[in-house]
Design a protein around this ligand. Structure first.
Ligand code: SF4
Length: 337
């Protein structure tokens, strides 16, 4: 399948302009993401419709805590990524060899997925997740357009490393985003993810300016991105650019792929949670249970809105997404049933 967003150069070479790597790809070769290949001067996506994972998940698993909390969403992913994170928690599908992709080929058409999404009980829509959906752009666009035409909600869980033009085209068809902010340090991005910080920050701002629902995930890796001063700067940037109601997930890291640093200590997450809460209203620990800070609490009157334990939750003081004690808006996207 022919890819979108590329330019033909001299001698059959191609420049892919989907993400800020802007790969120069010679005939027969692939870009950095390993799933976009120059075949005879045409850029081909090698993963169109190739589904590595498909499951109905709690929306909290994305994680999205303020987008139809308590609902379920059909979640799909493929193979490949345009980052090369040494600590990737999903490397089996994000950094696969060509033989793995071919061995696990499971082509599903957009209409089959749409049918499944519409027939799945209590499903709010479709989430593009598991691997990096940017490198699955063509299939995601086709699916997202169909989903919106059918009245389904669409979600993208992404590293945010995408060029402005393809993001602008995509934003129209995606209702909610969770973007990973892997550190607030460009050296970290270059050394451990093979990418850069600035384009990710630009994506975050563009999504916010487009008025789409946005939550941020920060995976805390002890000794690598847990510098408290740097994190304070990160929280100030989020507050200044996105406002104090932005939802921030502080996720616990576990050793994986090429990283063997020990799991994030509970005390580090608690400490960084305290720093984030100095400016932000909605901060949640992820991949860990820390009693007392898991719930959604009304920033104005202190009422517990939603009690949370892992992916299980119960709404306590909310009517139509507002605090039932003081009326403050907590969830813009909310369904009682
Ligand atoms: S999407 Fe892939 S091929 Fe295109 S610029 Fe990014 S890494 Fe390179």
């Amino acid at each position: 399948m022919k890819a979108l967003y590329y330019k033909l150069l001299e001698d059959g070479d191609i420049r892919c302009v989907l993400c800020p790597h802007n790969c120069h790809i010679k005939p027969g070769e692939q870009g950095k993401c390993l799933v976009r290949k120059n075949i005879g001067g045409i850029l081909q996506t090698e993963v169109y419709g190739n589904v590595s994972s498909l499951a109905v998940d709690p929306i909290e698993k994305k994680p999205l805590y303020h987008f139809y909390p308590g609902k379920r969403i059909l979640s799909i992913g493929s193979f490949g990524c345009n980052m090369t994170c040494s600590f990737c928690q999903n490397h089996e599908i994000s950094q696969p060899s060509a033989s793995v992709i071919n061995r696990r080929k499971n082509i599903i058409s957009p209409s089959q997925i749409l049918k499944e999404a519409l027939e799945t009980e209590s499903n709010i829509g479709l989430a593009f997740t598991y691997n990096e959906p940017i490198v699955w752009y063509e299939f995601m666009m086709d699916m997202a357009v169909k989903a919106k035409e059918s009245g389904l909600s669409t979600v993208m869980v992404s590293n945010g490393f995408i060029n402005k033009a393809p993001l602008k085209e995509l934003i129209e068809y995606i209702d909610a985003f969770n973007i990973d902010l892997k550190a607030f340090n460009d050296d970290f991005y270059r050394e451990y993810t093979g990418s850069r910080l600035k384009p990710v920050l630009n994506t975050i701002k563009d999504i916010h300016l487009a008025g789409k629902h946005l939550e941020i995930t920060y995976l805390i890796i002890p000794g690598y991105n847990d510098n408290r001063d740097e994190f304070r700067d990160c929280v100030s940037w989020l507050d200044k650019n996105l406002g104090s109601d932005i939802v921030l997930h502080l996720s616990r890291y576990f050793p994986n792929f090429n990283f063997s640093a020990p799991p994030t200590p509970t005390s580090t997450i608690q400490d960084m949670y305290n720093i984030a809460k100095e400016k932000l209203n909605f901060v949640y620990p992820g991949n860990i249970h820390i009693p007392g800070i898991m719930d959604t609490v009304c920033p104005d009157c202190g009422s517990i809105i939603t009690s949370r334990s892992g992916y299980f939750l119960s709404h306590r003081n909310t009517v139509d997404g507002r605090c039932s004690k003081c009326g403050r808006l907590i969830y813009k996207y909310f369904r009682n049933q």
